[in-house]
Write a protein that binds this ligand. Structure first.
Ligand code: PLP
Length: 230
């Protein structure tokens, strides 16, 4: 069941790539496994899936400890500074950096493990009150400041578009974030290359791919509905 769901999502990504003249290999599918058991992750692992996304530090640590070490773990949820130390050693990409203070903490923890931690800046493109992230206007400055930290590498932007019935409504938000990355790359800010765009979830990943997403974060369409009481 889960394996078939994964395959269907992969096929939908391929179709969206074809529609928009993009290469399927340019889009990474992150299976968002929060609240889901390790067996579910292993079922997908067996098919070759390696990128998984988690929101909660405790859960991420537990899964990392119990599962194969070649899984690439993506931290996609809001990250508190005092929790960075628990994931700094192995996290593949932190998608949710929205302040210089958080980036400075990541820098400090990265040094301890003698590594460079790749990050994305979370942008609240639609300016929703309920969401984390900086505004589109503030993103270049934050990227520029973070670029001065030697053990943190800004690779691009992440956004969660508003939950809407018709995903077409989110197209302009995806388009503006992509435009931001194009503008920044052309100005060559502080040698930052913002090529990664983490955008698109179960409800809107096809539109996001058509608008240039390079990483989609899909949970429900693969694992089914979440039960937060578990
Ligand atoms: C939970 C979550 C997802 C996955 O959402 P679905 O709608 O289940 O695909 C993606 N991104 C973030 C930041 C999330 O918290």
């Amino acid at each position: 069941m889960i394996k078939e769901n994964l395959k269907k999502v992969q096929e939908r990504i391929e179709a969206a790539c074809q529609r928009s003249g993009r290469k399927t290999s340019d889009v990474t599918l992150i299976a968002v496994s929060k609240t889901k058991p390790e067996e579910d992750i292993m079922a997908l692992y067996e098919t070759g899936q390696r990128d998984f996304g988690e929101n909660y530090i405790q859960e991420l640590r537990k899964k990392h400890d119990g599962l194969p070490k070649d899984i690439r773990w993506h931290m996609i949820g809001h990250l508190q500074r005092n929790k960075v130390k628990y994931i700094a050693e192995y996290v593949s990409l932190i998608h949710s950096v929205d302040s210089l203070l958080l980036a400075q903490t990541i820098e400090k923890e990265a040094v301890k493990h003698d590594r460079v931690i790749p990050i994305l800046i979370e942008v609240n493109v639609a300016r929703e009150e309920s969401k984390f992230g900086v505004s589109i206007e503030d993103a270049p400055k934050l990227a520029d400041q973070i670029a001065d930290l030697p053990h943190v590498r800004v690779e691009g932007f992440m956004t969660s578009a508003p939950f809407v019935e018709d995903p077409e409504e989110d197209r302009p938000f995806f388009r503006s974030l992509r435009q931001l990355s194009v503008d920044m790359n052309s100005k060559n800010y502080n040698n930052v290359n913002v090529n990664v765009l983490s955008m698109g979830m179960t409800n809107d990943f096809e539109v996001a791919v058509e608008e240039g997403s390079t990483m989609v974060r899909v949970g429900t369409a693969i694992f089914g509905e979440r039960n937060y009481k578990n």
